[in-house]
Design a protein around this ligand. Structure first.
Ligand code: BGC
Ligand code: ZN
Length: 370
């Protein structure tokens, strides 16, 4: 069957022939691919600075943001049936018996580094007509989310990050003790860095958590990304029009920064203006570049004198997938047109080379197999 992959040894990207998955365990589910999102990680793998084929394979099938339909289930599969819509997670545990996070099902915190990631590190991805996967790594999406559920995986990045932020901010009793029913972010200010899919979905998450939310991104208004974030009630501020010092004047005390830009110069400039008791969460994975200058003393002073927390967050656990499915359902009801508008293009696999290699266009582009 046809699949989209990279051959690092030959520096090739494109459609290739890949063998059909077979059910080899009773708990395995066979899935027909419906849609796969393309993200910065895929594009980076196509520059051959990231990503790794499975052992013994010359190629790596891409794709980790997936929505599929179940076409077959093994005899021991309990909660998934033929016809269900499913979203798979990305990371699989390492095999070391003493890796406590992996043994506890928290491979997003793998302590050995020997985890694998489908479509990224040593395991084929989902940009293929069919794939198979153990039931435990699949999440059933309700049918009303058919046209947006390909966004679940990128939304899990915000879900895990926010879960981490709230764990850290348990140290602030006045935040922790919000009256029942009040969104946790009420009265707090969040700045999202970047208005790509991760930033836009993050902004939706922050707005729905009650934060007064600002998105700081490059392009000047009006532009489609600014229109989307303003449609959900966030404010869009262009970095071309306003410096970081102007940003903080407009926002006030910044309680939370959700970095979804992957540009360290901007991220560290904003870290400089994080507010009292604020949390800064990094999600971007920049490619290695020469060192840059940062105001390190000022940042260090602030981190201490303002009781700040800096969190790195990668990948997502089961709880984040469940939360993303629940939140996507909330977004679809609250902002039906806006959430759908995050997906700006659906393409056939024949377009994959230009989607992966040319300058990024639109917001979220999706390869459709139907
Ligand atoms: C994926 C994560 C993954 C990370 C690092 C991201 O694009 O969404 O699941 O852990 O890349 O490989
Ligand atoms: Zn991704």
């Amino acid at each position: 069957m046809q699949a989209v992959g990279v051959i690092p040894s030959k520096k090739e990207v494109g459609v290739l022939e890949h063998s059909n998955p077979e059910i080899r365990h009773d708990d395995v589910v066979r899935v027909r691919c419906l849609e796969v999102g393309i993200c910065g990680t895929d594009r980076e793998i196509c520059t051959f600075v990231y990503g790794q084929p499975p052992e013994g394979s010359e190629y790596l099938i891409l794709g980790h943001e997936s929505l599929g339909e179940v076409i077959d289930v093994g005899s021991a599969v309990k909660n998934i049936k033929v016809g269900d819509l499913v979203v798979p997670s990305v990371r699989r545990p390492c095999e070391h018996q003493d890796c406590q996070p992996c043994r506890a099902g928290l491979q997003d915190f793998c302590a050995t580094g020997d985890f694998v990631e489908r479509g990224i590190k040593a395991r084929h991805g989902y940009m293929t007509e069919e794939y198979s996967e153990h039931e435990q790594f699949l999440y059933v999406a309700p049918k009303n989310l058919r046209d947006v559920a390909v966004l679940v995986e990128p939304l899990t990045i915000a879900e895990k990050a926010m879960a981490q932020v709230w764990l850290a901010q348990q140290r602030l009793p006045w935040v922790k003790n919000n009256p029942q029913g009040t969104p946790r972010g009420k009265g707090l200010k969040a700045v999202v860095l970047g208005a790509g899919p991760i930033g836009i979905l993050g902004a939706m998450k922050m707005v729905s958590e009650g934060f007064d939310t600002y998105v700081y991104s490059r392009s000047r208004k009006p532009n489609p990304k600014a229109a989307l974030v303003e449609a959900v009630g966030a404010k869009y501020i262009s970095a071309l029009d306003h410096t970081v010092d102007e940003l903080v004047e407009m926002v006030g005390n910044i309680d939370l920064v959700y970095e979804a830009i992957g540009v360290s110069s901007v991220a560290y400039d904003v870290l400089r203006v994080l507010g009292n008791n604020g949390a800064f969460v990094f999600t971007g994975i920049p490619a290695p570049k020469p060192p840059i200058e940062v105001d390190a003393d000022l940042i260090m002073r602030n981190v201490v004198l303002k009781n700040q927390v800096i969190i790195g967050s990668v990948n997502a656990d089961a709880a984040a997938f469940e939360a993303a499915l629940a939140d996507l359902d909330v977004f679809v009801r609250r902002w039906p047109e806006t959430i759908r508008a995050v997906i700006t293009g659906r393409f056939s696999i024949d377009d994959c080379q230009s989607l992966l290699l040319d300058k990024a266009q639109g917001i979220k582009n999706v390869v459709s197999f139907t």
